[in-house]
Design a protein around this ligand. Structure first.
Ligand code: AMP
Length: 279
């Protein structure tokens, strides 16, 4: 696997893949890879001939006081995992290859990016849309792979791709979870042993709420009760717990299909997010 940090050698390598007629799959990440990321690589390997993974801890998607400096960085271990999985190239750009001196452009997706994490983390999805648009232009993949773990992010990227005429495939991959249901996340590394045990209350409470909603219960009451249970289980702040249309991301006060439950909650110094279908 080649590890590339500059745009010129990246373009040379990609030209080689294209000359060989390879279908190029892109898996964008911020590193600290776990089995969730590796599932994206696996799906990309199944569907493409040459898999390019990127690792870039994108400063523009972190807000003030967020964990940019503390974000786990372990590129050597990540590279070993990617190579073993069969990736052809790791694009690990230096910051100036993504944001050259004088950089002044931002991509903003209104509507879909406004609520949920967009409301809790102002500017976050502008940073995501901007860096993903840049990665799409830098790599020009035939398909790009994103986790449903970050479902709103996936919806923002789909909207951006339609709006800005990126015509390659955007593939969503179901969330990979630990046996107790907690979605794998690089941020789980911040949890103490006790917090990690308590964190399972997030998916568990969401699953119970989803079942109650699908059974016809009153949505607002079910969500209020679920929030109470999360707060009693070690979470100290809930950014949101909402039922939304899985396609449009519009808020749902009553259950209609296709619906999804979205949550973000804080435990210790860690903010966890999750989402599940309600059906
Ligand atoms: P990140 O490194 O957190 O930016 O994530 C990179 C990609 O991996 C994103 O498309 C995420 O949605 C995806 N991802 C992260 N965690 C999981 C998971 N538990 N299951 C599936 N995909 C995931």
């Amino acid at each position: 696997m080649q590890i590339v940090r500059q745009l010129d050698p990246l373009r040379d390598a990609l030209a080689g893949f294209r000359k060989a007629g390879a279908k190029i799959g892109l898996v964008p990440t911020m590193g600290a890879l776990h089995a969730g990321h590796m599932r994206l690589v696996e799906v990309a390997m199944e569907q493409c001939d040459a898999v390019v993974a990127s690792i870039f801890v994108n400063p523009t998607q972190f807000g003030e006081g967020e964990d940019l400096d503390a974000y786990p960085r372990q590129e050597a271990a990540d590279a070993t995992l990617l190579e073993a999985a069969g990736a052809e190239l790791l694009w690990a750009p230096t910051a100036d290859q993504v944001y050259p001196s004088g950089y002044a452009t931002s991509v903003s997706v209104s509507g879909i990016g406004d609520g949920l994490c967009g409301a809790a983390r102002p500017g976050h999805f502008d940073g995501v849309a901007t860096v993903v648009a840049k990665l799409f232009n830098q790599i020009r993949p035939d398909a790009a792979f994103f986790g449903e773990k970050d479902y709103q992010q996936l919806a923002v990227i789909r909207r951006m791709a339609r709006d800005l005429d990126f015509t390659h495939q955007i593939i969503g991959v179901p969330t990979v979870r630990d046996p107790d249901g907690l979605a794998l996340s690089s941020r789980n590394a911040y949890l103490t042993v006790e917090q990690r045990a308590d964190a399972a209350a997030l998916p568990e409470t969401m699953r119970e709420a989803a079942i109650a909603i699908a059974a016809g219960g009153r949505v607002a009451a079910i969500l209020e009760e679920a929030k109470g249970r999360m707060l009693a289980s070690g979470f100290h702040k809930i950014d949101y717990l909402e039922l939304r249309d899985a396609n449009t991301m519009a808020v749902l006060d009553v259950f209609i299909q296709p619906a999804r439950l979205f949550a973000a909650a804080h435990i210790g110094r860690t903010r966890l997010i999750d989402n599940i279908p309600v059906s």
